[in-house]
Design a protein around this ligand. Structure first.
Ligand SMILES: CC(C)(COP(=O)(O)OP(=O)(O)OC[C@H]1O[C@@H](n2cnc3c(N)ncnc32)[C@H](O)[C@@H]1OP(=O)(O)O)[C@@H](O)C(=O)NCCC(=O)NCCS
Length: 193
């Protein structure tokens, strides 16, 4: 694959494709099953990777607290795997979360090697707060979960607007450039291998 991949926020038009992308992995118990209603209800948390107008992958960022968010529902279309799409999705999620001020991200995963390549470290599941397990009770492997917990500290990229500078600029007739910190991430074209 030598084309450009666009990472963007998911829209309602993506729900069916996101559902179809996640379904086979959920049936194999690799990720948690999400029905269409659940995807609609959490749509603001989803990013998608688009390649040639087709959905190549998706990921979801769920925030628990200022110091903790989860990367979940990460899936790349099998025909698009091993071309950097998963990496771009996780990176976009991290940029989005750190822009919102979240300081740490974790995942529960069977693809530990993939996350280690993205800078994550293995941690004990016991180190994660109890509240993260509430969705796991719906998993058939809950009683005997062999997923690995991985986490990564995020560099805080929150942009603080200096209102004094803004007022000074306004007096000079200039407009202070504001960077959107809660905009849906990291939207743009990325060259992939
Ligand atoms: C795991 C998954 C998201 C990776 O997506 P991908 O687009 O193939 O990954 P990338 O091409 O971005 O890979 C980035 C790097 O990780 C490596 N990598 C990819 N999958 C890996 C795996 N399963 N184990 C170890 N390393 C892996 C790649 O070789 C690449 O290494 P490089 O930077 O040295 O070239 C994809 O295989 C997938 O959808 N798997 C099924 C669902 C799943 O397991 N989701 C994770 C739930 S937590």
């Amino acid at each position: 694959m030598n084309s450009s991949i666009q990472i963007r926020s998911a829209t309602v038009d993506d729900v069916e494709e996101v559902y179809q992308l996640l379904l086979p992995y959920a049936e194999d118990d690799i990720i948690l099953l999400r029905d269409r209603d659940n995807i609609f209800q959490h749509l603001q948390e989803f990013l998608v990777a688009e390649f040639d107008g087709k959905l190549a992958g998706t990921v979801c960022a769920h925030i628990y607290a200022e110091n903790l968010a989860e990367v979940r529902s990460l899936a790349v279309d099998p025909v698009c795997q091993q071309h950097g799409v998963g990496h771009l999705l996780v990176e976009a999620c991290e940029t989005w979360l750190s822009g919102l001020g979240v300081s740490k991200v974790f995942a529960l995963t069977y693809v530990t090697g993939f996350f280690i390549k993205q800078g994550y470290s293995i941690v004990s599941k016991e180190s994660l707060p109890h509240k993260i397990w509430t969705v796991c009770v719906h998993c058939s492997r809950f009683a005997d979960c062999d997923e690995v917990a991985v986490e990564k500290a995020l560099e805080n990229k929150t942009v603080k607007i200096d209102s004094r500078k803004e007022r000074q600029d306004a007096k000079k007739g200039k407009t202070t450039e504001r960077k959107a910190i809660n905009a849906p991430a990291y939207v743009g074209n990325q060259q992939v291998k």
